[in-house]
Design a protein around this ligand. Sequence first.
Ligand code: KG4
Ligand code: ZN
Length: 334
Amino acid sequence: DQQTTVLGIETSCDETAAAVVKDGKRILSNVVASQIKSHKRFGGVVPEVASRHHVEQFTLVCEKAMEDAKVDWADLDAIAVTQGPGLVGALLIGVNGAKALSFAHDLPLVPVHHITGHIYANRLSGDMQFPLIALIVSGGHTELIYMKEHGSYEVIGQTRDDAAGEAFDKVARTIGLPYPGGPEIDKLANVGEPSIDFPRAWLEPDSYDFSFSGLKSAVINKVHNAEQRGEELNKADIAASFRESVVDVLVTKTIKAAKNYNVKQILVAGGVAANQGLRERIESECKKEGIPLSIPPLSLCTDNAAMIAAAGTIGYLKGQRADMALNGKPGLNI
Ligand code: KG4
Ligand code: ZN
């Protein structure tokens, strides 16, 4: 195998991140500047605030990634950058910064789809066995993807409305938890009972698509009705019941896809892959069915640039290149 050293850059949402990865699987450095504090008081990510932070942090984060990795620009084979999907203003900072670095250091530039980055976070912590089914669950995405080999992606199911992480964040807001709500709901769910029977959207029998807006509305209605009647609500039980409803659908559809496509492995990735309820349930189901499972460690589930470098390494080896006309694409297709 050809040896590669790739600098990855990620600015699609609210983390400014740069990382150096060797041979697509070994992390030499992984720097993430989180903006969560700045967005928290607004209850969600403010795009204009995100862009400004990316401008401020970009150079510092890239320099730190190079320094931590103890490599020179001449040691790099390529620069990989998230082209989309994401917030347009945020993407543009990373894309233009990466173009400048690529031009200045005469390095090939490789565009990366953010979701493929999440998938390749799994290669930084283990092996990928093909064919596989990947469940991607993040703030912006909920997708089931079939991969028959490196760099090949077939979307077999996706959300028709809210992403899983988005539903977590909105339900958290309804019961008064701070942004980002996913980890907060997760913690609260651990001390609650899933005693409330919230709906599960199975959709058509043969569909791998998801829908979480009905569930989200059911939770919001339950909370508002209780408030109007002056009833005391057990928030931990709501969190536990909501989490179970989401996890139930995610895990059932993923296992079904894995069996129908006769895969060698299930991958889980994206911010919601940090969810303890999801991790435990998919682990036990995979064990029961005898399907090998890969989930990245918590730190590689949420946005980072090591995963972008890992996915970018595959693109680089396949000859994918961008030139100085590269633009950020908020709605980029996989
Ligand atoms: O992948 P990510 O960092 O950014 C996107 O690409 O969207 O995912 C962020 C999402 C947020 O919605 C956040 O609430 C959710 O992942 N999240 C969680 C947990 N940790 C992060 N959701 C549920 N349980 C968690 N433990
Ligand atoms: Zn992400």
